[in-house]
Write a protein that binds this ligand. Structure first.
Ligand code: NAD
Length: 267
């Protein structure tokens, strides 16, 4: 069965990577793409605006129309848009692959609520390697006692607007789950100045920004006299696009619900 895939935010960095991946995947076709209201690319040929050569699809600004024309829509945009798109998916009962990060707890709750009426795959990171890293982090945290301090370090390109990254927070949640604690109660973020000593059992975060780094994450377990590091380096954002297209093919036709990459990948 051919899956018709729509891409909101189609001229963004991920939007373009997704378009390339959909075009390279058998049994998938591009249904169309939208951009933010007022974006200079609206009304232009999507491929020409993205420097990919003519695609024969015009960049639109009507998300509801794009959902109607698609079996699955992929959203890598911005937090407010991600919520609006999840609510359109719910109104139309359409499947959604949602990868936007930086949502507030209230915005995440609205996406969760939308999943009562739409099949939504939501992940902070769609790469296979990072999803394995999440599983390994949970396991290591379960095996190591709190004498091992957990620190999560991430680095991303200079354009990234949210910190720590959604993946770093997901790694923190995996570590907290392994330890049987609530991340909100143990996380230490944005240390600056005289912060006092590190809390026992804390999970710390540090964010670096620069260059064109697609995404690097390291989970450090540091005790007196020894240290374990589990890490992942993304060399290209195409790995996220590949996982997202896999998720789109998996979720097409699924009943409403909130799904994760662990289910898509059968981890
Ligand atoms: P980007 O800024 O290059 O692209 C975002 C695009 O969305 C822009 O073109 C913007 O104009 C568009 N947009 C904003 N509001 C819109 C709206 N209402 N309707 C349609 N389009 C809209 O950013 P990016 O690097 O592509 O990342 C986008 C998001 O995806 C970020 O939150 C990022 O953290 C996340 N991301 C997630 C993963 C993952 O695996 N989950 C991987 C990479 C990036």
């Amino acid at each position: 069965m051919t899956v018709r895939i729509g891409i909101v935010g189609c001229l963004g960095r991920m939007g373009q990577a997704l378009a390339n991946e959909v075009r390279a995947t058998a049994e998938c076709v591009l249904a169309g793409g939208t951009e933010a209201p007022g974006h200079a690319g609206i009304g232009k040929d999507w491929g020409e605006a993205a420097g990919l050569g003519r695609l024969g699809l015009t960049v639109g600004d009507d998300a509801a129309a794009l959902f109607r024309a698609s079996d699955v829509v992929m959203d890598f945009t911005a937090p407010a848009a991600a919520v609006a798109h999840a609510e359109i998916a719910a109104a139309q009962g359409k499947a959604l692959v949602s990868g936007t990060t930086g949502l507030s707890p209230e915005q995440e709750e609205r996406v969760r609520a939308a999943a009562a009426k739409a099949a939504i795959v939501r992940a902070a990171n769609f790469s296979l390697g990072v999803n394995l890293l999440l599983a390994l982090t949970e396991r290591a945290a379960a095996l190591l006692d709190p004498a091992f301090d957990i620190e999560i370090v991430e680095m991303h390109h200079r354009h990234k607007v949210d910190a720590p990254s959604g993946t770093a927070l997901a790694l923190g949640r995996a570590a907290a789950k392994g330890r049987g604690v609530d991340l909100a109660k143990v996380s230490e973020r944005g240390r600056d100045g005289v912060t006092g000593a590190r809390g026992r059992g804390a999970i710390g975060f540090a964010a670096l920004r620069g260059g064109d780094v697609a995404g690097e994450h390291t989970v450090i377990f540091a005790a007196d006299g020894e240290r374990i590091e589990l890490g992942h380096r993304a060399g290209t954002r195409q790995i996220f696009a590949r996982g997202a297209v896999r998720a789109a093919r998996w979720v097409a036709g699924k009943p409403p619900g909130l799904y994760g990459m662990a289910e898509v990948l059968g981890l």
